[in-house]
Write a protein of this length. Structure first.
Length: 75
């Protein structure tokens, strides 16, 4: 998937959860991505945040970092 589409999707998810308290919102976005995104999409998101994270809103970026930590700790 193109990174611009991936970024757009992540930002749409975070827009939905942005009214939640920050910690809950980050966890909810990360959980949604974990449950519903293909592992290849999650890997592409992880690669994107390692290189720049450009285009991701702060909530999406925080959720992506949380997912990256979760993936590293479960390996």
């Amino acid at each position: 998937m193109e990174s611009t589409r991936l970024i757009h999707k992540a930002n749409q998810i975070s827009d939905y959860f942005k009214a939640y308290p920050e910690d809950e919102a980050i966890a909810a976005v990360a959980n949604h991505i974990w449950q519903f995104w293909d592992p290849r999409m999650r890997a592409q998101l992880a690669d994107h945040i390692e290189t720049s994270g450009d285009g991701l809103n702060p909530l999406s970026l925080a959720a992506a970092r949380l997912l990256s930590e979760k993936t590293k700790s479960s390996s």
